[in-house]
Design a protein around this ligand. Structure first.
Ligand SMILES: [Zn+2]
Length: 351
């Protein structure tokens, strides 16, 4: 009899525990909206081919950093297309004003070439001609000068948070990088692979579709960052040509986050810096970073059956679909597992 009573009590207790709405915090997701992998793209130079490259990206949901030379004569024609690109979630980065470039890139050359006009002037040109709130990304013309700490310091002092390199193209050094994560030094940042024909002083290009796609597949399987770069003047255009065919393979995937390079590096800083203070079922998020520069969201992982409420407003639920922004507030549910994407300052509760 006693045994039966104990059993019943146990059953009642179990039932009571299950009926309680439980909310458990598991931590920050690695990528926004708990994406499996990240795709970022960069294109270099001011040429008449830039719009065709961006049009091709837009068909496949790819988001790029578009590096331009802001003193180029063609910029007047290009700015309207770039303003649309910013509205579509791309980033405009600086490739200097006049593309100073020389081999060998001695300390003397770099010291003289990297003037305030080239570094800050090009940044201000972008701010003046686009609605972009900040210029996050720099790209070294010809890959020159990227290795010098004194040049990196000048880039950082102008507010850039990442600077992409392009090494030793005369000896095919640009084909080597194979970087599938964040660069150890953000001011000498490499990429996963080049996607372009032979061009410039390089002996070889990288335009074989099976090879290009295989590299993406490897990075995707590892849940890492696939970061590809191109010069629009060294591409073939059309749905069956290698550039767009490669983007068709890697684009519009529901479990990939598509984001330009600058906002991706800003996300890393935001994710690392965000403090979360827990008081029962109330989570207070805060960051000391400047929200004009670090203007994205981060994703928190919970187990809960309740509805997340952020700063007093119930968050909208979003089904998994390709994620092509870096800001916003929403949640996504898979069973009792919930991923909540919100800016890094405010109060998160559950109701
Ligand atoms: Zn260039």
């Amino acid at each position: 009899m006693l045994r039966v009573l104990q059993k019943s009590a146990g059953l009642i207790l179990t039932f009571a525990v299950c009926a309680l709405p439980q909310t458990r915090f598991h931590g920050k997701a690695q990528w926004l909206d708990n994406a499996k992998a990240v795709v970022t793209h960069t294109i270099d130079d001011t040429t008449k081919f830039v719009p065709a490259s961006v049009d091709a990206m837009d068909k496949h949901g790819i988001k790029a950093t578009i590096y331009v030379n802001t003193a180029s004569k063609s910029m007047d024609e290009l700015w309207p297309r770039l303003r649309k690109a910013v509205a579509d979630g791309h980033e405009i980065g600086s490739h200097s004003r006049t593309h100073p470039c020389k081999w060998p890139d001695t300390e003397e050359f770099c010291g003289a070439a990297y003037t305030d006009a080239e570094i800050s002037g090009s940044r201000d040109d972008i701010l003046k001609n686009t609605p972009q709130p900040h210029v996050w990304s720099w790209c070294y013309p010809c890959g020159n000068c990227a290795r010098y700490p004194f040049i990196q310091k000048r880039i950082a002092a102008a507010g850039y948070i990442v600077a992409r390199n392009y090494q030793d193209e005369a000896k095919n050094g640009h084909l080597i990088p194979n970087l599938n994560t964040f660069a150890a030094n953000a001011f000498d940042a490499a990429y996963t692979q080049v996607v372009q024909k032979k061009g410039g002083i390089a002996p070889t290009g990288n335009d074989e579709l099976p090879k290009l796609n295989a590299k993406f597949d490897e990075v995707y399987a590892a849940g890492a960052i696939y970061n590809f770069m191109s010069h629009p003047q060294w591409l073939d255009y059309g749905p069956d040509a290698f550039y767009e065919a490669h983007m068709r393979h890697i684009g519009n995937r529901a479990d990939v986050w598509y984001v330009p390079l600058g906002p991706l590096y800003a996300y890393r800083a935001l994710r690392e810096s965000t403090q979360i203070n827990t008081m029962g079922k109330r989570f207070e998020l805060s960051t000391s970073l400047d929200r004009k520069i670090y203007n994205g969201s981060i994703t928190l992982e919970f187990t809960t059956s309740q509805t997340p409420v952020f700063n007093g407003t119930a968050l909208p639920e979003r089904k998994r679909g390709s994620l092509t922004q870096w800001a916003g507030s929403f949640f996504r549910r898979e069973g009792t597992r919930v991923w909540i994407t919100v800016p890094p300052s405010g109060v998160l509760e559950f109701r």
